[in-house]
Design a protein around this ligand. Sequence first.
Ligand code: PLP
Length: 446
Amino acid sequence: MSGKSKTLWNPMVHPGVPGSHSTLEIVKGDGNYVQNREGQWLVDGVGGLWNVNVGHNRTEVKDAIKAQLDELEYFQIFDGVTHPRVKELSDLIIEMTKPEGMARVMYSSGGSDAVETALKVSRQYWKAIGQAQRYKFISLKQGYHGVHFGGASVNGNTVFRTNYEPVLPGCVHIDAPWLYRNPWNCEDPEELGQLCAKQLEAEIIFQGPETVAAFIAEPVQGAGGVIVPPANYWPLIREVCDKYGVLLIADEVVTGFGRSGSMFGVRGWGVAADIQCFAKGINSGYIPLGATVINERVAKGIESCENFSGAVMHGYTYSGHPVACAAALASLKIVQDEDLPGNAAVQGEDLKAKLKNALSDFPSVGEVRGKGLMVAIDLVSDKKTRTPIDPMGGFANQIAAVALREGVIARPVGTKIIISPPLTIGTEEVDKMVAALLQGFSEVDR
Ligand code: PLP
């Protein structure tokens, strides 16, 4: 039965091509499962949209939301006004990001907002310290940073820009640290890390270091196909940024709070960014919330500016929404108490190993890769040349449709199938996901 609505425009599909729409309608959630309109319970293999990290229907989060609604459903934080939950959450986030040296938090309503804030605050930093000519952003091909004009400008996939151009001037893209497909045909992780860092340095020099505001990237690229950088990549990128004074922005909208198997994505590489963007896992999606955190360098640069360039002329009606902050406090307590980053690491390895074992021999499976509970199956038309399948051919959709019939939601994204379940999953859900996808490939890839 179709869940289609005549009055709704869904994101990421053509409204005039109904055949491109999913027919899935979700009516209920509980733990690692959601129920469709037909009454079937399905493993939530996409974790909502990479965000329901603590699982669905958690009493602790719902109780916190209800209590906050009874106490104070909303008040603004403009002009220095505060409320208890926004203060508590800010203290908690700064405590949690202490190893990365983070110092201040700015709030918004989601990931695109958090990225927009990061790009704007990095430009403001340079103006505040008297280097207004530093306005350019460097980012990665295949990167995804949301859909606002800033994020769309630094996105590394042109489909998110072409219908909305012109976008921001001064945004350039370099190659992602992608071992499976890179322009150098490099198969050695260490060498690839070096090549990518050298390319960043060359681009900074080409642009003129005095014009570059920041380099922005996801610690592990998510929507672009779960691209996991080599071990030396982030330390080398940090070195290059430091050499030229360029700010490093880690877009942790997906990786923040455990999904990649450590509390933060960059922590997995032992590196600290200057700015981190959070959303999704910050409160497991129970209520929209985004946060952008900045380190002492950025904070002090702006705070010690004696003219108007220090004024934060940025923020939203829903910045620090009390109910969203209450949900975040409850959700992050679960993330810490249940060591969900640890579970993501363990279950992610198990899932990846079992998927590799079950699927690697299918002609269309080029690679199974991932880190923590970010996993992708890369689909190819030729295994040897690693040529991606035709994204318009509907192959990934057909696999996902069989998996759905078998009780598992997996996400077809162009030439990949992406799996990003709640961080609370165990062996039972891992095995169900593997079995459903195996059935999908057995039926479709013959
Ligand atoms: N940044 C990254 C890395 C993302 O994956 C996303 C969304 O998937 C965003 C930003 C945008 O977040 P939102 O959809 O909440 O605006």
